[in-house]
Design a binder for this molecule. Structure first.
Ligand code: PMP
Length: 392
């Protein structure tokens, strides 16, 4: 036995995935935000999270180029030890202003933002109430801060209420953690009810809006905005890697204490800060998100077209149209077969196998972009109809 012997089991799982490993798909070339060349074939990308289609935006690319030329390729260190660039400060001010809060802190990834916010807020003596379907980064953040974790049923305020009641006085030291729009099934949290339950017990509320920034809410400020609880939620975290098409993450809050997170948050302190090009591309994308509401409108039109198409095929892809939709398959083998067949039909979707998918099932996840052309959405539907006819 050695530390390496456990990899025999990993290799076995890997063999079970067959010749085409879905975790190792290579996009050789990108033709556009929604079309890539995979195995030599033009393939519609239906699993990118590129909700606003901004990855090739002319203003963003130009801003990144300028930053590369003026400030170099990287920051080569953390802000704490190696200094902050003016761009970091500007981006934080712009995010805070966007939400109407006094502060925002930028992290190097969305993953780090979740770890960083939870690590700053919680210690081993504190309790965290986590929605069952929360993203891995939120679970990992709970591990990092060693808080006592209580998982409540997905999108179930009554289950949250019961868990908080059982905590008694400790509830007043607790943090409730949910997502706005959930990353795999695309369903939205009942935030008004969740915020009410959290406040009644004196707990704070953190919402991860990774998939709802730029996607939900009149101004694109996520489910917190759409629900009208911007003044009640305590912390909003998000990522730049989806609707903004870059990399990095943030935490913003109405609480002044957020400005002190940078002194206590290891995922902020001990990693290199975002590069100048990343920061300037993100600032440009945030400007696009704010000034071009037609992007969000196009995204939802595309989501409606895909939802309608899938529903007409008799597929259950969520009750309401959402930029994230998923179709459940009977088991892992069926899901793998369908995923591969879709790729052969020129459509790339995300394959989710246990334990990654909510409820432990196997599913095909799709995400829609404002950049999808109606005929590309139609291609997804046609490919689904061919593949599912053989699978189901
Ligand atoms: N939160 C959620 C809900 C996510 O889905 C993701 C990424 N899939 C993250 C956080 C992490 O973001 P990033 O990939 O930008 O690190």
């Amino acid at each position: 036995m050695s530390l390496l012997s456990k990899f025999a089991a990993v290799a076995e799982v890997r063999r079970g995935l067959g010749e085409v490993d879905p975790t190792k798909v290579v996009i050789d070339r990108l033709e556009s935000p929604t079309l890539g060349i995979i195995n030599g074939a033009a393939t519609v990308l239906a699993g990118t999270n590129n909700y606003l289609g901004l990855t090739f935006d002319g203003d963003g690319v130009a801003a990144g180029r300028r930053a590369l030329q003026e400030a170099g390729t990287g920051t080569t260190g953390s802000r704490m030890a190696n200094g902050t660039y003016a761009g970091h400060i500007a981006l934080e001010a712009e995010i805070a202003e966007f939400y109407g809060y006094p502060h925002a802190v930028v992290f190097s990834t969305g993953y780090a933002a979740n770890l960083g916010a939870l690590a700053a807020l919680l210690g081993p003596q504190d309790a965290v109430l986590l929605d069952q379907d929360a993203h891995a980064s939120l679970y990992d953040g709970c591990r990092l801060c060693q808080a006592q974790v209580y998982v409540f049923r997905h999108n179930d305020p009554a289950s949250l209420d019961a868990r908080l009641s059982r905590l008694g006085e400790r509830a007043a030291n607790a943090l409730v953690v949910v997502e706005g729009l959930y990353s795999v099934l695309g369903d939205q949290a009942p935030l008004a009810e969740i915020a009410e339950v959290a406040a009644r017990h004196g707990a704070l509320l953190l919402v991860d809006e990774a998939h709802s920034l730029g996607v939900v809410g009149a101004k694109g400020r996520g489910v917190v905005e759409a629900t009208g609880i911007l003044d009640q939620v305590d912390f909003v975290v998000g990522t730049f890697s989806k609707s903004l098409g870059t990399m990095g993450g943030f935490c913003t809050s109405r609480h002044e204490e957020l400005a002190l997170f940078t002194y206590t948050s290891r995922p902020y302190m001990f990693t290199a800060s975002p590069s100048p090009a990343t920061v300037e591309c993100t600032r440009s994308a945030l400007r696009a998100l704010r000034s071009r509401p037609q992007l969000k409108e196009r995204l939802w039109r595309n989501a409606e077209q895909l939802h309608r198409g899938l529903s007409q095929l008799g597929l259950q892809a969520g009750e309401a149209p959402s930029p994230v939709m998923a179709v459940r398959l009977a088991d892992k083998a069926e899901a793998l077969k369908a995923w591969r067949a879709l790729l052969n039909e020129g459509v790339y979707v995300n394959l989710m196998l246990p334990p990654a998918a909510p409820g432990g099932g196997s599913l095909l996840r799709m995400s829609v972009s404002a950049a999808h052309k109606p005929r590309e959405i139609e291609r997804i539907v046609v490919a689904m109809s061919k593949v599912m006819a053989k699978t189901l």
